[in-house]
Design a protein around this ligand. Structure first.
Ligand SMILES: [Zn+2]
Length: 72
């Protein structure tokens, strides 16, 4: 699939949360994204997608991947 943040080709795998997936992107790093947030990001421009990633990284719990969720 394509990275939901930058559009680069990435591998995705199921995340610990059943309603999310884990994305490993060369440019964006590894992060989890909920299915709802993934849909929401498709309606946003590059700047706001990056903001969503940065916000998730800033608020990431210790030992966990940043989790993009609660958007839209
Ligand atoms: Zn990316």
């Amino acid at each position: 699939m394509q990275c939901p943040v930058c559009g680069a080709p990435v591998e995705d795998r199921p995340a610990a949360n059943a309603n999310a997936k884990t994305i490993s992107c060369e440019g964006c790093g590894t992060f989890d994204i909920s299915n709802l947030a993934q849909t929401a990001l498709t309606r946003m421009d590059n700047y706001h997608r990056l903001q969503a990633l940065r916000y998730a990284q800033t608020n990431a719990l210790a030992g966990r991947f940043p989790y993009i969720h609660g958007i839209g």
